[in-house]
Design a protein around this ligand. Structure first.
Ligand SMILES: NC(=O)c1ccc[n+]([C@@H]2O[C@H](COP(=O)([O-])OP(=O)(O)OC[C@H]3O[C@@H](n4cnc5c(N)ncnc54)[C@H](O)[C@@H]3O)[C@@H](O)[C@H]2O)c1
Length: 344
């Protein structure tokens, strides 16, 4: 973990969605660094066991204004990190109104409470899905914004609400647009447990575990080296580090926006091959037709985050991402539902 300087350990941070994959890793890092953390989550997709023991936990549905006002009535927060959201791109195409209402509504509830209680800083989990859905291998913050699905649209709207809140109320805001978060805490006690799982790396590892017979590869005729789609995977521990750096930066600046990815693209075929090497198990694949709207390549340019905040990903090579995820999955075959098996 990169050193974080100038941390004031008494800062209170509210982490919404801190029982989920990314939020829990960030909450653990904040606790380890001495921040006082409160996690608020309705456990709709998160897990109580993912919340660090040092954090306070509030069970609440952030779509309810009363619930969030209650959270703010009980403690004064210096900063909010807002992870809570509906996150399934495919589902959003079938339920666009739900996605916009819940993601934008929840953001508005939390942000208004933060403004009312003079919270100084607000960080939003945004996504590469806000960008124009065309092939890109160097997507920086100047890339044209034009979401290709309702999930991305809802996050774009959240970004705009933040912009106006900062403009009108002075709360300092940042948006972090993640590419594909992956990997797990290296100790093997915290990792990804989405149900249903839609992300490639955990799906591939479920095949290695014998929980799925094969992995579907959607399209092998893209204009890439091996014909399969290329994506940028950022290790969740590096992502957590980016959040802490952003939190510290917000003490002296505002209106921040960063794309967060490793800057290296890996194809679906490469992911499968590395997973076979790491697990020592065969991972059968079946090639399916292309999925509508899947660009051939999506790779971040995170130069701004590196330059301005000194961010240096240390875990985001594919081997380390898959190795740490495999330790988690093999020790927790049923995710947070299973007691930990001894280290392999
Ligand atoms: N995982 C990725 O690759 C990725 C990529 C880009 C952006 N993001 C964004 O990062 C954030 C976290 O993603 P994740 O993968 O950790 O998802 P996740 O589903 O694991 O975590 C979301 C958490 O929010 C909680 N939540 C959802 N709705 C809530 C509500 N109404 N009230 C209270 N709690 C609620 C869930 O229970 C869960 O714990 C999301 O905002 C997502 O859009 C994730």
């Amino acid at each position: 973990m990169t050193e974080h300087h100038a941390i004031e350990p008494i800062e209170n941070v509210l982490v919404t969605g801190g029982a989920g994959f990314v939020g829990s890793h960030v909450a653990w890092l904040l606790c380890n660094l001495g921040f006082r953390v409160t996690v608020v989550d309705d456990l709709s997709t998160g897990h109580r066991a993912a919340v660090p023991p040092a954090a306070s936990f509030v069970f609440a549905d952030l779509r309810q204004v009363d619930a969030i006002n209650q959270v703010f009535a009980e403690r004064r927060y210096d900063a909010v990190m807002h992870f809570a959201a509906r996150t399934l791109v495919g589902e959003s195409n079938h339920r666009p109104v739900d996605y916009v209402r819940d993601n934008v509504g929840t953001l508005c509830n939390v942000l208004q409470a933060a403004v009312d209680h003079a919270t100084r800083a607000f960080i939003l989990s945004s996504t590469a899905s806000i960008f124009e859905s065309r092939d890109g291998s160097d997507i920086d913050e100047d890339q044209a914004v034009s979401p290709g699905n309702p999930y991305g649209e809802s996050k774009r709207m959240c970004e705009r609400v933040l912009f106006w809140a900062e403009h009108s109320h002075g709360i300092r805001t940042a948006v972090l647009r993640y590419f594909n978060a992956a990997g797990a805490q290296p100790g093997g006690d915290l990792g990804e447990d989405h149900r249903p799982e839609t992300h490639l790396i955990p799906l591939v590892l479920q095949v290695a575990q014998g929980l799925r017979p094969h992995i579907d590869v959607f399209g092998n005729d893209y204009p890439t080296q091996d014909g399969t789609c290329i994506r940028d995977y950022v290790h969740v521990v590096d992502l957590a580090d980016a959040h802490v750096r952003t939190l510290i930066a917000l003490r002296s600046s505002g209106a921040l926006a960063y794309n967060v990815g490793s800057g290296t693209g890996y194809s679906v075929r490469q992911v499968v091959e590395v997973a076979e090497r790491v697990t020592g198990r065969p991972i059968p694949t079946i090639v399916r037709p292309r999925r509508a709207g899947d660009p051939a390549a999506l790779v971040a340019n995170s130069g701004k985050l590196r330059r301005e905040l000194g961010w240096r990903p240390s875990y985001s090579d594919l081997q380390t991402i898959i190795r740490t995820a495999w330790i988690w999955h093999s020790r927790h075959p049923d995710g947070f539902g299973s007691p930990a098996l001894p280290p392999r």
